[in-house]
Design a protein around this ligand. Structure first.
Ligand code: NAG
Ligand code: NAG
Ligand code: NAG
Ligand code: NAG
Ligand code: NAG
Ligand code: NAG
Length: 926
């Protein structure tokens, strides 16, 4: 296959003779000179190199650090600042990396170089380092480059300009040697142009651009447009920027190429020389993968003129400098010629290039930059060679690098620990936005947040951030009863240097901990109150308290003496308070319960509940001496429908004396409200019941219909047990479907009195202060034993035994029996006489017993031992209807209470006896 050389045909058409030109010679030193000028700052950091057809000046970042660099080109007489436009035009290019290392590439054929015979080139430049305060350091750089191996055609594609130079050797090039295409063109043009005046000092007569349409221009106009068309001693030089209007783009085997093509007509005297100059520089051909950059350069070029094109050499370079195959291998570069392409491969991220950070729409991106060079040497028709160089800065497309957040939080340590990365060297972490606001990194560090920057082996870095759960920045929320969620919302603020491009990264880290300690509730009771203490859990005071079913309102708080400190809440609830539930009634106590519920206020989660049930002493039934009784009924929890107002005694007309929703209070006596009376061996019991009088009648369920039990029955049995001088009360409280009734006893006094009347009329009695009573021997003593206060006509007081003693102890000896087992002592010489009690004299005759005896003295061997006696009696209570036992003793009939021996009734041992004694009765000595 014929190889057409990639760079355009240049040919020389010599019509007559040759064009020659004298050059301005710029004096140049032969050695590199780094001359600090003006302020004589001696600084290194400047490096110059001659790289074939161009010159490279490197300014190290150390020199430029924090400053702006400007360059001037010097041609001996003139200094020109290297503006972009000037650089494009005159063959300079400037490239900086992010660290501030700057490369200046200058074509040896640049506008300002001194040129000695196209072989020695003097380059003179100034580097100005501009500080922030306007001060400037100026360095002058001089370099002489020797380069005389110019190929007949040299093409340089630099980043900002295209340059082609061709030998302007005179020769016998005739129209016959012209390629047919050109000949045609020439024929068209020639007749029109040949008569025009020569306008160029180089004898350049006129210029023809091909865009690809033909466009004629005078040299001066071309120069004014920004092209450079010039001659050296032996060469014609054409230079153009990429964006000039007379350039055009052609797709060459899939690679876009920018083309400038100019024919220059020289005229001297009668000869016209026509020189065709073409440059074509690639602007694409790149293919990227994550690992590799592939640069395709078209090998076959349809614009190559000759079918004889032969590639003489293919070289690769980096940053304008050729590299050898060993270096290429070390870097993993490859350069191959394939069918249609010359293919250069560069591993992504290699050390000859660099990564740079970018922010696009606040997203972090990176891009790899590298500047390879491709150098080709080819010949056409075995004679004309072309040297072709492309300095080809590659910027990969922006690659998104979403920062990775690694959450290393150890919930045991209770510290959020996150790692964010990775970022390139040029990213600075500047601030961080917490839930409370933004802090600079320095402020956050001062505030105790641990921020560390970790360097990775490849030079990237990661940010480590540690924030304790307890920090203010951490948002705590309780998701359920036992779990807390700790959330740390974060916005990391970054700045890309040196451009100061901001971007940020938002994240939120979260930890759920089973760390909730619930409140602890405890309590105790005394005789009046419940005392409850709540030990706060991890939520502190953040709870509400329900007592019973009600919130603890401020009024209740005052009522219950609520106290709080940092850790505890305490309250004291009286057992009759409305929030207390009554469980069971006992005769003398009430079993009451306080339910405490501690809730989380927002979600109403129960943080704890507690029930305390205690028995509080309370008189439920009172048995008075006069036979009156009172009873209290309370609404117990188990009888939900009960309204105490509806309770009655056995007699439904006996309603509570007082009642409300929780209590009913009854008073009644032995003869009212259906009170029943029962005697047991001298013990007497009154009994009544508190019930729901209008309780709905429970009906037999029909077959197949499930039996619904009636609401709990309410029945409180009220009992009062009376003995002589003992009052026993027993209340039976019936609670259905629960335990057995609980009898409990209480005490009271049923007063019975033994007293001495002044005389047999029993109208007046000796009072306590009258004792000792003094009596004559054998004078009568009238005793009365009486049950006081009781109004019950059904009971009878019976004297079981009465006796006299010498001393006041009842059981002392000597002793003299007066009444024995309910009958008068028959052995008594001075007979004791029982007197009946008439109903007109006292209200309840059965409550009174009277007997008469004669005053006597105890004598031993006819000596009066002591002139005093005491009288004692045992009395019992009897049912008047009782027909046997001591209560209805039949004494010997002939002489009542005298004759028959009476068998002692065993049962009488069990009788409750009232033991009565008189005061001292003394024998009158007068
Ligand atoms: C220096 O360059 C300027 C502008 O290109 C030109 O006018 C001047 O003649 C040149 N001087 C020398 C000594 O080459
Ligand atoms: C640097 O190394 C880290 C971790 O090994 C990796 O994630 C990152 O992509 C590397 N950076 C570059 C620019 O290759
Ligand atoms: C925080 O940093 C970001 C990114 O650099 C920046 O855009 C933002 O203005 C900063 N915020 C403050 C309050 O400084
Ligand atoms: C809070 O009160 C409780 C009980 O009333 C007590 O035990 C505790 O010591 C008190 N704590 C403080 C900090 O006063
Ligand atoms: C019985 O005694 C009680 C208490 O002393 C008293 O309240 C009540 O009125 C008395 N009842 C009668 C019927 O005297
Ligand atoms: C009866 O009452 C008296 C005085 O109140 C008391 O001393 C005595 O012990 C009582 N008797 C009985 C059997 O309880």
């Amino acid at each position: 296959m014929t190889w057409l050389l990639g760079i355009w045909i240049s040919w020389l058409l010599m019509l007559v003779g040759s064009a020659q030109k004298q050059f301005d010679v710029v004096p140049a030193s032969q050695m590199l000179n780094v001359v600090p000028s003006q302020n004589f700052n001696q600084r290194s950091g400047l490096k110059t190199e001659c790289l074939g057809s161009f010159f490279k000046l490197t300014v190290d970042k150390s020199l430029a650090f924090g400053s702006r660099l400007e360059f001037d080109a010097i041609n001996g007489s003139q200094i020109e600042a290297l503006t972009p436009r000037f650089a494009d035009k005159c063959g300079f290019s400037v490239a900086s990396d992010p660290w501030g290392n700057t490369n200046v590439y200058a074509s040896l054929l640049n506008c300002f170089a001194g040129n000695e015979d196209d072989a020695v080139f003097d380059i003179d430049m100034r580097v100005r380092v501009l500080g922030v305060k306007g001060e400037q350091d100026v360095f002058e750089v001089e370099k002489t480059c020797n380069y005389d191996k110019w190929a007949p055609r040299e093409i340089l594609c630099n980043r900002n300009y295209m340059e082609v130079s061709v030998n302007r050797l005179p020769g016998d090039i005739t129209a016959m040697q012209r390629p047919p295409k050109l000949a045609r063109m020439f024929d068209d043009q020639w007749t029109d142009t040949v008569s025009e005046a020569i306008t160029s000092k180089y004898n350049i007569w006129r210029i023809m651009f091909y865009t690809p349409q033909q466009k004629a221009m005078l040299l001066v106009d071309a120069l004014n447009s920004g092209y450079v068309i010039t001659t050296t001693k032996s060469r014609l030089v054409l230079r153009s920027g990429y964006d000039m209007p007379e350039t055009y783009v052609e797709n060459v085997n899939g690679v876009p190429m920018k083309i400038i093509r100019v024919t220059t007509y020289f005229k001297k005297q009668w000869s016209v020389t026509m020189l065709d100059t073409v440059a074509a520089c690639p602007t694409g051909g790149l293919v990227y993968t994550d690992e590799m950059i592939t640069w395709n350069f078209p090998r076959l070029n349809p614009l190559m003129d000759s079918t004889e094109t032969k590639i003489l050499g293919v070289f690769m370079g980096i940053d304008g400098k050729q590299i050898d195959s060993a270096y290429m291998a070390a870097r993993g570069y490859s350069l191959t010629i394939e069918d249609a392409q010359i293919v250069m491969k560069l591993p992504m991220g290699g050390p000859d290039g660099y990564y740079k950070s970018h922010a696009v729409n606040n997203q972090y991106h990176i891009r790899y930059n590298i500047e390879p060079m491709l150098e080709l040497l080819w010949s056409e028709g075995g004679t004309d060679t072309t040297r072709y160089k492309v300095l080809f800065p590659i910027k990969t497309p922006l690659m998104p690098r979403l920062p990775q957040l690694v959450d290393n939080t150890d919930s045991q340590l209770k510290v959020f620990d996150v790692l964010l990365g990775s970022f390139l060297y040029d990213v600075e972490f500047v601030n961080i936005t917490f839930s409370t606001g933004v802090l600079t990194v320095a402020e956050a560090t001062a505030r105790g947040v641990i921020i560390q920057e970790h360097r990775l082996q490849n030079g990237s870095k990661t940010i480590r951030l540690q924030v304790p759960f307890s920090d203010l920045f951490v948002i705590k929320s309780q998701v359920d009863l036992i779990m807390t969620v700790y959330t740390l919302p974060l916005i990391f603020g970054f700045m890309i240097l040196p451009e100061n491009t901001p971007f940020s990264y938002s994240a939120s880290v979260k930890v759920t901990l089973h760390d909730v300690v619930l409140p602890t509730i405890s309590g105790k009771c005394d005789k009046e109150k419940f005392y409850v203490q709540i030990l706060f859990g991890s939520g502190g005071k953040g709870f509400t308290v329900l007592l019973g079913k009600h919130d603890l309102t401020p009024e209740r708080k005052a009522e219950y003496e609520v106290k709080e400190n940092g850790t505890h809440m305490s309250l004291a609830v009286p057992f009759l308070a409305s929030d207390v539930a009554f469980e069971l009634m006992y005769p003398s106590s009430l079993k009451a319960r306080l339910d405490v519920l501690v809730q989380e206020p927002v979600n109403k989660w129960n943080l704890g509940d507690f029930s305390l049930s205690c028995n509080f002493p309370m008189t439920m039934t009172e048995c008075f001496n006069n036979g009156s009784m009172s009873a209290l009924a309370v609404k117990v929890e188990s009888v939900t429908q009960l309204s105490p107002r509806q309770l009655t005694l056995r007699d439904p007309s006996c309603k509570p004396k007082f009642s409300n929703d929780r209590f009913a209070y009854f008073t009644f006596n032995a003869n009212s409200c259906g009170t029943s009376r029962t005697f047991y061996d001298g013990v007497m019991m009154y009994r009544n019941e508190i019930t729901l009088s209008d309780a709905p009648v429970y009906q037999q369920p029909k077959k197949g219909v499930p039996i619904t039990l009636p609401d709990a029955e309410y029945r409180v049995t009220v009992s009062c047990f009376y003995t002589l001088n003992d009052t026993q009360t027993i209340a039976f409280f019936t609670k259905p479907r629960e335990s057995e009734p609980f009898p409990e006893t209480g005490f009271g006094v049923l007063d019975v009195i033994l007293r001495l009347a002044l005389d047999g009329s029993y109208n007046e009695f000796y009072l306590e202060e009258n004792y000792p009573v003094v009596q004559y021997l054998r004078s009568p003593l009238f005793f009365e034993v009486a049950l006081l206060q009781s109004t019950d006509p059904q009971i009878e007081l019976v004297l079981e035994n009465c006796w006299a003693t010498l001393r006041d102890e009842r059981n002392s000896t000597p002793r003299w029996d007066l009444i024995v087992d309910g009958c008068v002592n028959l052995a008594d010489r001075y007979e004791t006489v029982l007197h009946p009690v008439a109903s007109d004299r006292v209200q309840f005759p059965t409550h009174v017993k009277r007997f008469e005896m004669q005053m006597f003295a105890f004598v031993q061997q006819n000596v009066i031992l002591k002139d005093q006696i005491y009288v004692h009696c045992d009395a019992v209570l009897c049912d008047i209807n009782q027909i046997d036992g001591i209560c209805k003793r039949l004494c010997p009939s002939s002489v009542p209470l005298k004759t028959s021996k009476v068998r002692r009734d065993i049962a009488s041992d069990r009788l409750q006896r009232m033991q009565l004694s008189s005061g001292k009765i003394m024998l009158s000595s007068s």
